[in-house]
Ligand binder design. Structure first.
Ligand SMILES: [Zn+2]
Length: 277
């Protein structure tokens, strides 16, 4: 088994989104009033080159996001900016890696935010798995109000429901095997969105944790600092604690979508440090 990081361009957001300020509604409003910007952060998608077939986790950004500054939605217009070239979309990068469309077994989405589903158009004939709750939240005009872009989904997009079983996996309350071997597992990591999932990859002695936006980087996961957009403070904090606890029992490489260190940690197989609690 081999994992690859695919960088699909960069994104810039508000520091108050990366790390929430205050609690509850005040925390979420502070994203809107923050006048600063982060530096450009990478947006990764992940390729699991598995003996049972390639699994793609998230599809990254698409060039349509470059129009977001003209959006009528205040978040897209004012709080986020994207940078990418067409060749940085996931499709061309998979071809460059020598991964053909028939090699891909399935695509799994951690959630449906625009920088995770932006490359869907490259997978017209592939099974795509999405949490049913996430799909409900993202659909229709209410989804658009919440900042999703269902109008940008390919017309054929009809994902297969990724129903997690109420089967505990370490500290995670629900999980689902994604391979017959049981070495790739979706786990419930509610917080950033209520139905957000992460993907655990067990490869011999090493565990890889494809965290999506569970946290924006490893440091904030370890510190238990939730982001500015999670709907529920306590749920988001409990997930960060669960990931932290999970990491302490094993040799784990933690790979959030936007952590500037993710690709380097994957390349050097750098484990989560044991943090005092
Ligand atoms: Zn997100």
């Amino acid at each position: 088994m081999k994992l690859h990081a695919i960088q699909t361009g960069c994104v810039r957001i508000k520091p108050a989104q990366v790390e929430g300020r205050g609690r509850g509604l005040r925390r979420r409003l502070s994203v809107m009033t923050d006048r600063d910007w982060t530096r450009w952060l990478p947006t990764y998608a992940w390729i699991i080159d598995h003996p049972e077939g390639v699994i793609v986790v998230d599809t990254g950004q698409g060039v349509h996001l470059l129009e977001s500054s003209r959006s009528l939605h205040p978040y897209h217009r004012w709080q986020v900016a994207f940078r990418l070239e067409r060749e940085e979309e996931i499709g061309p990068q998979l071809r460059a890696l020598g991964v053909g469309r028939f090699d891909i077994k399935r695509v799994v989405l951690t959630h449906l935010h625009v920088d995770h589903d932006g490359g869907l158009a490259h997978f017209p004939n592939t099974e795509i798995l999405v949490s049913p709750g996430e799909l409900r939240a993202a659909r229709g005009w209410l989804g658009r109000l919440r900042g999703y872009l269902p109008n940008r989904w390919p017309t054929w997009f009809d994902p297969k429901p990724l129903d997690l079983a109420p089967e505990e996996r370490g500290p995670f309350s629900a999980s689902k095997r994604l391979t017959a071997a049981g070495d790739v597992i979706a786990v419930a990591t509610p917080g950033h969105t209520p139905n957000h999932i992460s993907v655990v990859v067990e490869d011999q002695a090493t565990t890889y944790f494809l965290a999506g936006d569970s946290s924006y980087d490893q440091r904030r996961m370890l510190a238990g600092r939730i982001d500015g957009v999670s709907p529920d403070d306590d749920v988001a904090k409990a997930t960060l604690d669960a990931i932290n606890q999970f990491a302490r029992g094993r040799k784990m490489v933690y790979l959030p979508t936007h952590d500037p260190e993710s690709a380097a940690r994957l390349a050097s197989c750098t484990y989560v440090p044991l943090s005092p609690r």
